[in-house]
Design a protein around this ligand. Sequence first.
Ligand code: PLP
Length: 289
Amino acid sequence: MTWIYLNDRFVPHEEAVVSVFDHGFLYGDGVFETLRAYRGRVLLLSEHLARLERSASRLALQLPVSLESLGKLIEASVERNHLPEAYIRVTVSRGPGEIGLDPALCKTPTLIIIAKPFRCYPDSFYTDGVGVAIVRTRRNLPEALPPEIKTLNFLNNIFAKIEATAAGAYEGVMLNHREELTEGATSNLFIVQNGRLRTPGLECGILEGITRGVVLNVAKGLALPTEEARLYVADLFGAEECFLTNTTHEVLPVTKVNGQPVGTGRPGQITGRLRASFLAGLDRLLDRL
Ligand code: PLP
């Protein structure tokens, strides 16, 4: 049985239901985080908690418990479900309230922690790489719905995913309103050009991925030149290597863009070094937990 933490207690997953008046459901009014546990230990917990708090504060949403308690509840969710390898999703919505947009209609936020067995991706994702498509959907305008907020309002990303799937690609890469590359539907984008690791800067309007931050540090540790910059479609087509990052996929090689091979059409050497170093660093972090 899967135990879900709902508001103030663990309940069996069949009983983990929220009100039809929850503003998370009605309006996408809320925030979330996706985390992973390895060997029963939650990785980069404080980084995810800090981002959740940042996202919530942008919505003027008060988290229902302290960050410290939330961290303990996340760890307890992994333990309660006896999960060595876990996918964890933390959701905080505005909570139930009368119909209407005013957040004041909702007295208590809803807190949900789901911890499920982590389902590994096929080995071929890492040995052969995946394909991405540059989609027509533009990343949300930062002045409209800032991409740095990890909100429940996810239609922008879903549109990108639908388009990517229709194009036979695994992930959709979105441009912003200035024709700059931004990110995937659920991932950050990296390319290697002239041996230099490049990724769209925060000013391009992206989610500041936790994995992205770790990979940039790993690259510095390998003395690899890195650059956060404004990148364009031509940079992606001309790249020697490309990869995506997120919490669940870690470092995922990209070998095709719009059906065209990236570089040699095989996962790149620098990507491989970064992935290996990322995994080694992760092991060291886990040993310390
Ligand atoms: N960009 C978007 C839009 C995402 O949804 C995600 C994660 O799901 C990421 C980037 C990667 O973030 P992280 O590395 O923190 O998982």
